[in-house]
Design a protein around this ligand. Structure first.
Ligand SMILES: [Zn+2]
Length: 262
């Protein structure tokens, strides 16, 4: 059996067919097949394994070494600009042709948007939404990217952050760091979407942490079915498809088929 022949249970096909509004909750696994590194993984191939995440993704790290933190995110912005939405992102956008599909993502990339999906919430911020760390003014000027090789050390990463044109403050990435609140508007939009959906798809979100983990739980508490798509499921689903996003989602769209008039 080829990978493209991932079987989609009839139950899942019926749930999606009958849903008028779907909320899709995505994590790192959604973007992995686009070549975006997953930062919660461990092991030698994980960038988290080479650098201290608390130094690169926390307010304390930023205060201690802005050039290192900015350089790291500038490198990631460069990585993001070089990758494309995968077949899973495109399938989700296609799913919205016949029903309301709202995406709530924990990813800081813009691959859902580039594929054409409606993203109502970036729970952990948006990498390229750079802004002033002092007055919050958006920054859309040039971003100098560090050139780093596989055996790069920290010095190679350092790039001084741009300076805010309004107040002279340092420009920072648009992501949520450890120790920061989730962005209020994105959180409210996520709660709203989960409160009104009749089906939840949880995709590529191993190890969801609170408060985000409470979103699918709230929907489940009012009887909303949860379909989890993940090669290594977290167990949040009432139905589970053990597969990757880029494999299962196109198979799901194919299984839905052209809708015949009932
Ligand atoms: Zn400013």
């Amino acid at each position: 059996m080829s990978e493209s022949a991932t079987p989609i249970p009839d139950e899942v096909v019926e749930l999606v067919r009958n849903a008028r509004a779907i909320t899709v909750f995505t994590g790192a696994g959604m973007s992995a097949e686009s070549g975006i590194a997953t930062f919660r993984g461990s092991g030698d191939d994980s960038l988290w394994g080479r650098f201290d995440p608390m130094m690169l993704a926390s307010v304390d790290g930023w205060e201690a070494d802005r050039a290192l933190v900015w350089g790291w995110y500038a490198w990631r912005m460069g990585q993001l600009s070089g990758v494309e939405p995968n077949a899973g992102h495109h399938a989700l956008a296609e799913l919205a042709n016949d029903r309301s599909v709202e995406v709530v993502t924990q990813n800081v990339d813009d691959l859902h948007e580039r594929a054409g999906s409606t993203v109502v919430s970036h729970l952990h911020g948006n990498l390229v939404a750079t802004r002033c760390s002092v007055c919050r003014a958006p920054y859309d000027g040039p971003v100098t990217r560090p050139e780093i090789s596989d055996d790069a050390d920290l010095d190679a990463l350092r790039v001084e952050p741009p300076v805010c044109a309004s107040c002279g403050g340092a420009v920072r990435p648009g992501v949520v760091w450890f120790g920061e609140m989730l962005p209020e508007r994105d959180w409210d939009n996520a709660v709203e979407s989960f409160a009104h959906t009749d089906l939840v798809l949880v995709i590529g979100t191993s190890g969801i942490v609170y408060p985000a983990a409470g979103l699918p739980e709230r929907a489940a508490a009012r009887g909303v079915p949860i379909i989890e798509i993940n090669p290594d499921p977290s167990g949040v689903g009432t139905v589970t498809i053990k597969s990757t996003a880029a494999t299962a989602l196109p198979a799901l769209v194919a299984a839905l088929g052209p809708r015949s008039e009932a």
